[in-house]
Write a protein that binds this ligand. Structure first.
Ligand code: GLN
Length: 495
């Protein structure tokens, strides 16, 4: 049951083979058993969770269940959920109980889904290994010596360890796709503006986007059906008609369901820096796509190599502004002792933020300062436009773009903590998508042998054109019809 798809769970619930309370309880039992070692969840509240499950059972009995009614999900701790501790992985918000629901939380509540708890994450979503969390690192369920990726590392580990049916994540530069890749999941970062950011704690507002992290593309589509949609409380939420993200999945199957699909392979994604064992897995996945009828086209994204430096100007700039609200007065931790107002600000922020967050605030303040704005911030904005333009050109030649989601499999905990640049390079294949506002996803494509350890998951990335999520989900789904990487589960007793 823990490995069932959302669709299978929904039909078991609706056929009354199992109740939501029983299903929820079985996940809670696994959480009690495994969370102390994995640390995927940082807030649990059995009372609240089971009350939602009971309400779901009543709704199912009344015959007005939705596709997700009664299904237990995990929520990244970046989403405000009324009455729940909501920390964003930071000491700054360690005592914050959200007084309202994020749009995403409201949508899941209205669908009747059950909230199992809040998942661990890098502090303010800054990181690629979950090691910047104030609440400690998260273990990769495939190998406890390795990181799960970040910043949505808790959600990724919770799905991989089957401590929930599916979870939410957010992706500013790769934080859904990179942990999905490292933990063997399917994760989608939608086009910018498709999912409302209302009540989602801001990191870099022009890049942040929420999305599903699940076992399969089919599950992601069902999650998207709930998460996506216009919300007037987010000024960047797009006014588009509600769409059914599963619509392409349910067409009659043929031998070559992707006949005519043009897949672009950017040469920049297969150059130096890509682990050879990861490249091998990606090449094998592309071969599967050829069998499914797709046509492969070599493309180039010439400016994509600049995406890391551009991101590390723009994201810190936006973060330094977004994080100015945590001053110990309006929001956040307040130092116990101080001499005057400035001293209180200084001490509260010095105590409340961790090292990576401080590094970003310093960089961001610097690149926005009067003497440097033109040289850094403005320049980065101009290059951002060129990076987006590369994709616009590429999509004249192909329907989707494929490549690796991350340059390597999961690395060992502690391996990159003292080398921020090495950590930043984890997102070399994902960041350009956020800069362009495009949708991107990662799906499990096999395993590669780590240098000195076990075989670990590898993610294939699919990048689509604006608002082409339904097609991307189908492209992933067709692969998952002929492979079973997405169904493989880690052995937690041996991890
Ligand atoms: N790893 C990137 C960073 O540290 C991206 C994080 C994210 O997508 N939230 O900023």
């Amino acid at each position: 049951m823990i490995n069932s798809s959302l669709k299978q769970l929904a039909s078991m619930l609706q056929a009354k083979k199992i109740s939501s309370v029983e299903l929820t309880q079985s996940f809670l039992t696994r959480i009690t058993q495994y969370n102390p070692s994995i640390n995927a969840y940082i807030a649990l509240d059995e009372g609240k969770t089971l009350a939602q499950a009971k309400a779901a059972d009543v709704r199912i009995a009344a015959g007005n269940a939705t596709a997700l009614t009664g299904i237990p999900l995990a929520q990244k701790d970046i989403f405000c959920a009324q009455g729940w501790q909501t920390t964003c992985g930071s000491k700054m918000l360690a005592n914050f109980i959200a007084p309202y629901d994020a749009h995403v939380i409201t949508q899941f509540d209205q669908a009747g889904a059950v909230n199992l708890g809040k998942t661990n994450m890098d502090e303010f979503a800054m990181g690629s290994s979950n090691e910047t969390s104030y609440f400690g690192g998260v273990k990769n369920p495939w190998s406890f010596d390795h990181v799960p990726g970040g910043s949505s590392g808790g959600s990724a580990a919770a799905v991989a360890a089957r401590l929930c049916a599916a979870a939410t994540g957010t992706d500013t530069g790769g934080s859904i796709r990179q942990p999905a890749s490292l933990c063997g999941l399917t994760g989608l970062k939608p086009s910018y503006g498709v999912v409302s950011r209302y009540g989602m704690i801001a990191f870099a507002s022009s890049l942040d986007q929420a999305g599903p992290m699940a076992k399969s593309a089919e599950d992601c589509a069902l999650m998207m059906n709930v998460m996506a949609g216009f919300d007037e409380r987010d000024s960047t939420s797009l006014q588009r008609d509600k769409e059914d993200y599963s619509r392409e999945l349910n067409k009659p199957q043929t031998d070559q369901p992707l006949l005519g699909l043009k897949i672009g392979l950017p040469k920049e994604f297969f150059a130096e820096g890509l682990d050879a064992s990861v490249a091998q897995v990606i090449t094998a996945a592309i071969d599967v796509y050829k069998k499914l009828g797709a046509q492969i086209i070599d493309i180039s994204l010439p400016n994509t190599g600049l995406s890391i430096p551009v991101y590390y100007v723009l994201a810190p700039a936006e973060a330094s502004s977004n994080l100015s609200r945590y001053d110990g007065v309006r929001y956040g931790h307040r130092a116990a002792e101080y001499t005057d107002l400035n001293d209180m600000y200084n001490k509260s922020r010095a105590e409340g933020f961790g090292a990576e967050v401080k590094r970003r605030i310093l960089i961001g303040t610097y690149v926005l300062s009067a003497g440097y704005y033109d040289a850094y911030y403005l320049k980065a904005q101009q290059i951002r436009r060129l990076i987006a333009q590369d994709f616009i050109e590429a999509f004249k030649q192909c329907d989707v773009i494929m490549g690796p989601a991350a340059p390597s499999t999961a690395f060992k905990a502690g391996e990159k903590v003292d080398d921020p640049v090495a950590m930043y390079l984890q997102d070399i294949y994902t960041i350009s998508t956020n800069l362009a506002g495009l949708p991107g996803m990662s799906l499990p494509a096999g395993f590669a042998q780590a240098k000195d350890g076990p075989a670990l998951p590898v993610g294939l990335q699919i990048i689509g054109n604006y608002f082409d999520e339904a097609r991307m989900l189908n492209v992933a789904h067709q692969y998952q019809q002929v492979t079973d990487w997405h169904q493989q589960m880690p052995d937690l007793k041996r991890a």
